[in-house]
Design a protein around this ligand. Structure first.
Ligand SMILES: Cc1cc2nc3c(=O)[nH]c(=O)nc-3n(C[C@H](O)[C@H](O)[C@H](O)COP(=O)(O)O)c2cc1C
Length: 182
């Protein structure tokens, strides 16, 4: 996709991202949601790329708490912080399961695939529980999940001198940029 076809916030994000360099941690984002009992939840996940202009992809385990919680409330906020440009992006959106995720599984490195064969995340360690089926990474396990995050609002705060800058973009407003007080 041509850079100028992207919404302005995507162009800004791309610029911030490329300034950070090649560290794996540049793709660590924080995903927040609301649990079934109405409690806030937040954790780090790896950003796995864009499906389209405003849809991010992440991978997770269907046995995890977040997956179960998101089934009953798919509203999320994602936070992505870029150190070099002192830019904080907050994305509001909704999460959906990507039905056909075979190619994402096939493209994962073997060492990344392994964790989907580990025992259930969050359950008490059972030392008798051996890690099974790990040799068969060709078969995609049922607990592998690719989630789409459909972004509908972006809030960028840039720490600049003398004044910080803050911009809001809304999908319902055709991604028009509104500058607001920081
Ligand atoms: C650097 C880093 C990257 C992570 N990436 C992912 C990820 O891509 N997907 C994921 O489900 N969990 C990832 N995790 C683990 C989550 O932060 C979290 O501990 C786990 O998913 C269980 O969360 P839950 O109980 O809220 O579902 C990552 C953790 C760290 C520290």
């Amino acid at each position: 996709m041509n850079n100028t076809d992207l919404p302005l916030w995507r162009q800004r994000l791309k610029a911030s991202h490329s300034k950070e360099g090649k560290l794996a941690s540049n793709r660590w984002i924080q995903l927040a949601n609301v649990s079934k009992n109405n409690q806030p939840r937040v954790r780090t996940v790896v950003f796995r790329g864009w499906l389209d202009n405003s849809t991010m992809l992440i991978y997770t385990d269907k046995r995890s708490e977040k997956y179960i919680d998101l089934e009953s409330n798919n509203n999320i906020e994602v936070l992505w912080l870029f150190f070099k440009t002192k830019s904080q992006y907050r994305f509001k959106g909704k999460v959906y399961e990507l039905d056909d995720n075979d190619k994402y599984w096939d493209n994962l490195l073997d060492r990344s695939k392994d964790q989907w064969f580990w025992p259930s995340p969050g359950k008490k360690i059972d030392n008798n529980n051996t890690i099974s089926s790990i040799d068969n990474r060709l078969l995609k396990p049922n607990n592998f999940s690719v989630l789409k995050i459909n972004i509908n609002e972006v809030d960028l705060l840039k720490l600049e001198k003398p004044l910080h800058k803050r911009y809001i973009w809304k999908k319902t407003d055709n991604w028009r940029c509104t500058e607001v007080n920081p």
